[in-house]
Design a protein around this ligand. Structure first.
Ligand code: FAD
Ligand code: DHB
Length: 390
């Protein structure tokens, strides 16, 4: 088989790129090692920047998102038993975020792709990008015991942090930068009404807590937990009790409990691989970088990479120019590092770190106080949270 672009990975970045390319008349095949149901079962992110919303529209997949997503104009920072609202809309000249789950976004893109008749291969084994250093790359895989290869012009590695694309690049061809945080997030999903109309990010002596949502009847909550914590040790009751302890009283009183139908622990990490292009292989999304979830940037960064990569491919095929392709890595990384900084900073001011010195604790309190007393500080937070321009 031959196509123009083979996309490895059918997560948000691969699906979004595939849909944009298909609409621009650029042939592409998506190859993923997981099953469709498995991919659709991943809960993960829930906050979309306006740029991500725009890309979903450009991909022709935004209708349900606009009907069911919830626009948010602000969120609450809770500490010292009180709430401090960050007025995203007012501080950024009218910008906002959209609450819409990664599961739903993935489903919309997959449905649209199926309707358009664009090819996807699921449950492919031993997927491998090959010969991307030269002019004739291909992707090899096995399915039902049979070996396949797809010849192409370019390979897009959209296969997440543990994917094969970055691992196929010689170690000495890239540099990586990493920071691992000494805690994780325990998250649950439950069909109970949200704690508040907006998200609540809480800094508490017992640890960070986040009250989020997927709809007016479905809540997504997280609490900071020590590394090595076992999910089996966290009954729903224990989770709800711990969440309530970390919230100001007026929020704690409004927590409606109920059985969770998803519960998982995610480690927190910052990671960047540089560059993001290796001749005819391009990395996008989690394949190239990971941020801790505190600033809700992971999925949105995947979308901004896709924006730059899509523009580069359009320039190549329609304008016969490789300028976008040559600039892709530098353009994407410039935005990536700003989001890496923001996510690290949000993590630092909101979590309790083991063995924090009294000095560090005082600095954290001063950071939070500054945010609530200075509109310049709050504006810096708001413009990063709603998303820096592409
Ligand atoms: P992925 O979603 O990881 O998709 C990669 C795809 O590649 C998958 O479908 C996978 O099956 C496929 N693949 C992997 N390896 C191979 C292979 N060898 N061969 C073929 N296919 C392969 N972000 C937020 O903003 N907020 C959050 O709350 C949040 N929570 C998260 C919780 C967890 C547990 C994780 C892991 C991430 C979370 N993120 C969150 C980050 C966000 O979900 C990711 O940034 C986003 O999924 C990135 O999309 P992607 O398409 O680049 O990668
Ligand atoms: C969600 C996750 C985040 O990391 C965040 O900062 C806000 C919301 C969520 O899953 O709803």
């Amino acid at each position: 088989m031959r196509t123009q672009v083979v996309i490895i990975g059918s997560g948000p970045s691969g699906l979004l790129l595939g849909q944009l390319l298909a609409r621009a008349g650029i042939a592409n095949v998506i190859v993923d090692h997981a099953s469709k149901d498995h991919i659709l079962g991943r809960v993960r992110a829930g906050v979309l920047e306006e740029g991500t919303v725009r890309l979903m529209d450009e991909a022709g997949s935004g209708a349900r998102m606009h009907a069911e997503g919830i626009a948010h104009d602000g969120f609450s920072l809770a500490f010292d038993g009180r709430d401090h609202r960050i007025d995203l809309f007012g501080l950024t000249g009218g910008r906002r975020v959209m609450i819409y789950g990664q599961m739903e976004l993935t489903r919309d893109l997959m449905d649209q792709r199926e309707r358009a008749g664009a090819p996807s291969v699921y449950e492919a084994e031993s997927v491998t990008p090959r010969d991307f250093e030269g002019d004739a790359p291909h992707v090899a895989y096995r399915k039902n015991g049979i070996a396949h290869r797809i010849d192409c012009d370019f390979i897009a590695g959209c296969d997440g942090f543990h994917g094969v694309s970055r691992r196929s690049v010689p170690q000495n061809a890239f540099r990586s930068f990493e920071k691992v945080y000494p805690f994780g997030w325990l998250g649950i999903l439950a069909d109970v009404p949200p704690v508040d109309d907006e998200l609540v990010y809480a800094n508490h002596p017992r640890g960070f807590a986040l009250c989020s949502m997927r709809s007016h009847t479905r809540s997504r909550h997280y609490i900071q937990c020590p590394l090595g914590e076992k999910i089996g040790d966290w009954s729903d009751q224990r989770f709800w009790d711990e969440l309530r302890r970390r919230l100001p009283a007026h929020h704690a009183e409004r927590v409606v409990t109920g059985p969770s139908f998803e519960k998982s622990i995610a480690p927190l990490r910052s990671f960047v691989a540089e560059p993001m292009r290796f001749n005819r292989l391009f990395l996008a999304g989690d394949a190239a970088h990971i941020v801790p979830p505190t600033g809700a940037k992971g999925l949105n960064l995947a979308a901004s990479d896709v924006h730059y990569l899509f523009e580069a491919f359009v320039e190549h095929y329609q304008d016969r120019s490789n300028a976008g392709i040559d600039a892709y890595s530098a353009r994407a990384l410039a935005r990536v590092w700003k989001a890496v900084r923001f996510s690290w900073w949000m993590t630092t001011i909101l979590h309790r770190f083991p063995e924090t010195s009294e000095f560090d604790q005082k600095i954290q309190e001063a950071e939070l106080a500054y945010l609530t007393h200075s509109s310049a500080a709050a504006t810096a937070l708001a413009e990063n949270y709603v998303g820096l321009p592409f």
